[in-house]
Write a protein that binds this ligand. Sequence first.
Ligand code: AVI
Length: 316
Amino acid sequence: MLERVDFRSAQREAFRSDVLEGLGAERKTLPCRWLYDDRGSELFEEITALPEYYPTRTETAILQDKAGAIAAFCGPRAVLVEYGAGAGVKTEILLGALENPALYVPVDIAGDFLAISAERIERRFPYIEIRPVVADFTDDFDLPADLPRLTPRVAFFPGSTVGNLDPLDAIAFLKRVRGHVGETGKAVIGVDLKKDVSTLLRAYDDAAGITAAFNLNLLERINTELGGDFDMGGFAHEARWNAERSAVEMHLVSRKAQSVAIDHRRFDFAAGETIHTESSRKYSHSEFRGLAEAAGWRVGDVWTDADDLFAVIGLT
Ligand code: AVI
């Protein structure tokens, strides 16, 4: 219980310092991890079911259609380490296809969420041992020293979350994963591919306004948790294609010149000035191969949909 309170207050402090630093910068920006409070996570769940948001259903269909091949790539008796627990149905597809998995190790920073998803997996696969690990996978951390070593370890990172990391952070992450699974280990990673800009922009600015609500919720969160006084009508959601970075960016655009107070500090906004809240990088096959190789991996197998929208990539 005490641990949970400590965790919450440490998170609140980290949020405060990121907000004060990000809004104080010349180009205002906020790290995308703060989009996921309870409301943000609910809205993200809604996004994954939107007709415009193709990644979730496309990746799920690839996992379903290619389950046998992916399981063969992973091999028997695998220790499956999932970075960011709770990909729900995708995890279930992979665990259900694996031959005699030795262990499932979900890693997530949110202990409560981790416990709930571990229970769900336990009910569905009572014969698979589960060892949840509470850790921030975007930072250095060690897997428990007593995990079985004689069976192959397979890292699972679905959802194209790798695209939310800057390329250098993505390389650092993939190196860390290599360290966790060892030289004989493998990885199965979901990667969103480059495609026409209009499809991308629709996916990040849907007609029902769910992605807009998801983005704007960050300002509500600052108001509620940090005592900010953002005027919610004063900002609008915008999805932009940044060709140089090959990324869809989410921004919150100030509709007018205004000033916002947070924690006894004031932040001035010019009309049209934005807060950059997320980048979602889209890779070509060869760009992702380059990224993986820079982190010490080799691309083994690649599974895609018929339109090459999304790739599930097996690394060795
Ligand atoms: C979690 N992540 C992979 C999503 C993405 O597509 O970059 C987050 C998201 N942002 C807006 N819509 C979805």
